[in-house]
Write a protein that binds this ligand. Structure first.
Ligand SMILES: [Zn+2]
Ligand SMILES: [Zn+2]
Length: 140
């Protein structure tokens, strides 16, 4: 796997250079659990202002560098599959915890089969499973 920053530079091609704010925002997302926009803004506080974080994330989404996980009517942000191993998420609807799990081969094949049956060519997919984590189940 090539260096994440090097890959970021390639992904940005034609969209300007790897500026310092872009590098900081990218680094704040790297190897982290999915974050909300306000968590990300907080992580960059003092280095990148709020408006720049929003603007950069919009660009990163457009270029497929960042993806959104939809959690009810809210969302969290994480780097796309290009920057880490393909995986899925279990999301707790109560505390918002996101538990990643690796793409299981049988599951991936099944998705492929479903798409092929509809003559559909998959380019990417996300799988979000929503429910209650162990701790929140106990609180009910
Ligand atoms: Zn929970
Ligand atoms: Zn998958």
């Amino acid at each position: 796997m090539i260096e994440p920053l090097e890959q970021l530079q390639q992904s940005l091609k034609g969209q300007g250079s790897l500026t310092e704010p872009r590098r900081i925002i990218f680094t704040a997302l790297l190897y982290q659990e999915p974050q909300t926009m306000s968590q990300l803004v907080a992580a960059c506080r003092g280095q990148v202002d709020r408006a720049s974080v929003y603007r950069t994330i919009a660009l990163f989404e457009k270029l497929g560098i960042v993806q959104r996980l939809q959690i009810g009517w809210k969302y969290k942000l994480e780097l796309s599959d290009a920057f880490h191993r393909h995986h899925h998420h279990l999301t707790c609807l109560k505390c918002g915890q996101v538990i990643p799990f690796d793409g299981d081969q049988a599951l991936e094949r099944k998705l492929q089969t479903i798409a092929e049956a509809k003559s559909f060519k998959i380019q990417a997919h996300q799988l979000e499973i929503q429910g209650l984590c162990q701790a929140c189940q106990r609180k009910i």
